[in-house]
Design a protein around this ligand. Structure first.
Ligand SMILES: [Ca+2]
Length: 493
């Protein structure tokens, strides 16, 4: 059984020391391949989470930890079999503000009025002066983006009033590829490229080439996940297909499909892979090998366009679908409770986020951290995903209720999902071999098993829950667990 494949978890706004321990305790044993960290570079001060998206220098000294702690986390995670993906913010720096010296979280000075950011310097002493107003676009006298049908405006205008790097400049490219190369040399093995649709695809290509040259790794071997939205109402030049050459692309339409159809109309997810992935059919499609697939991220859980932890059991069910189905690279999130959209991580100050002891934070399902990485269905479905990797979806079936579906992964896995509010008695066919298997969605100690007899599964699926089986999880072969259900798991209601 493969220990890991391609599963990614966003450790949103979590300190490096906390992530390091969670790699050993949870991510590694659970079979997570990558943990995506929030931006590691120095940013503006403030308690809000979005301060991480307003960088002021290339110092690896952020609210989440120091460069030393970052390096230590990368080492610890790597030893646990988990690679780190860094969130990288290259489109913009801070909002344009008053002509006044301010300091970032690590003490670097900048002036948001004049556009002076002396902390953006090269790795080898080049560009010692940092960047100034000439290194930013000056589109339409510094106007903010308003017309998303105009490619130049989206890519050269200011995003919400923030200074927009001139990505076509040789100096900016040298600085930015230096930063990426430095992260790579520290051991970072993936890059989540923030706001890439706001950077011209040709500039993105040139940047990746420059990075590849510096680290002497072929471009196609450098893992980039690019944030592109794929809104059909926007300019052609900012659509996902423009960025396929430089890596995978975020598939927001998958999150939209989850929001629309989970839990009540799971049957409408039939053929989703073709609808979202077949570029011959849909000009905004993202082929499976280019699609980064998620139920939510930190933006969509705040703008109402996706399910989130607030949806409890339905959210767990949607995450299970993303891991059981065969489309794209799955990306989960580990986040915290919020009512105020701006609120930073629990206990965040202007300059730091306090260390989290996940053993304590995840001992209940109503604490300030949601602990999705520890939920029993998350662990079970990651193992399922890794086990069935490379097989196709077959035996797609629908129950009498539109909220009940089942499908198999050829010869290796079976899932029946019930999004309705009533328990469902089901009988489905499967391509799995006959036998008795652990229901890994419901329990992690194999205390619940389901039989496949003559190619059929006859069972009952609780409301807003699932029965998930894979051929590697039998009473004999299943790894032991001291608990049936992790205490952080949301209730099934
Ligand atoms: Ca831009």
């Amino acid at each position: 059984m493969p220990r890991k494949t391609d599963v990614e978890v966003i450790a949103f706004q979590q300190p490096w020391n906390s992530i390091a321990r969670e790699c050993t305790q949870t991510y590694g044993p659970a079979g997570v391949a990558y943990v995506e960290i929030s931006p590691p570079q120095e940013s503006i001060r403030g308690t809000q989470w979005w301060t991480s998206y307003q960088p002021v220098s290339y110092r690896l000294d952020s609210k989440l930890g120091t460069e030393e702690e970052l390096a230590h986390m990368i080492e610890e995670c790597s030893a646990a079999g988990v690679d780190i993906i860094a969130d990288v913010v290259l489109n913009q720096t801070t909002g344009v503000g008053e002509d006044k010296e301010l300091t970032g979280v690590a003490g670097t000075r900048y002036n948001p009025g004049t556009g002076s950011y002396p902390g953006f310097t090269g790795n080898e002493g080049q560009h010692p002066e940092g960047v100034n107003s000439h290194d930013f676009h000056d589109y339409n006298n510094g106007a903010s983006i308003s017309n998303y049908r105009d490619q130049d405006e989206v890519q050269q205008g200011r995003l919400g009033g923030m200074w927009d790097f001139d990505s076509s400049s040789a100096k900016v490219r040298d600085l930015q590829s230096d930063y990426l190369a430095r992260l790579y040399r520290l051991g970072v093995r993936g890059f989540r490229m923030d706001a890439v649709k706001h950077i011209d695809a040709e500039d993105v290509k040139a940047l990746k080439q420059a990075m590849a040259k510096k680290i002497e790794v072929p471009e196609q071997d450098i893992y980039w996940i690019q944030e592109v939205i794929g809104n059909a109402g926007e300019a052609k030049g900012i659509q996902p297909s423009n960025y396929f050459d430089t890596g995978t692309v975020t598939q927001f339409a998958f999150a939209g499909a989850m929001k629309s159809n989970v839990p009540g109309s799971l049957n409408a997810l039939s053929g989703l892979r073709e609808r979202l992935g077949d570029t011959k059919r849909n000009p905004y499609a993202i082929p499976t090998d280019k699609a980064n697939v998620f139920v939510t991220n930190w933006d969509t859980e705040r703008n109402g366009q996706a399910l989130s932890y607030k949806d409890g059991a339905a959210f767990a069910l949607a995450n299970a679908f993303s891991l059981a189905y065969d489309y794209g690279t799955p990306r989960l999130i580990s986040d915290y409770r919020f009512t105020d959209n701006d609120a930073g991580a629990p206990g965040a100050t202007e300059t730091s986020v306090p260390d989290v002891n996940f053993n304590e934070a995840c001992a209940t399902n109503d604490g300030p951290w949601n602990c999705e990485q520890r939920w029993t269905p998350t662990r079970g479905m990651i193992a399922f995903h890794n086990y069935v990797h490379g097989t196709a979806v077959d035996h797609w079936q629908e129950g009498a209720d539109a909220a009940v579906i089942a499908f198999s992964r050829t010869g290796k896995g079976f899932i029946a999902m019930n999004g309705s509010d009533e328990e469902a008695s089901v009988e489905f066919e499967t391509s799995m071999p006959d036998g008795e298997y652990c229901n890994v969605y419901a329990v992690q100690d194999c205390s619940q098993t389901v039989r496949v007899r003559k190619g059929k599964v006859r069972t009952s699926v609780p409301a807003r829950s699932a029965v998930a089986l894979y051929a590697g999880a039998t009473a004999k072969a299943h790894p032991s667990s001291p608990v049936a259900v992790d205490p952080s798991t949301p209730r099934q209601d």
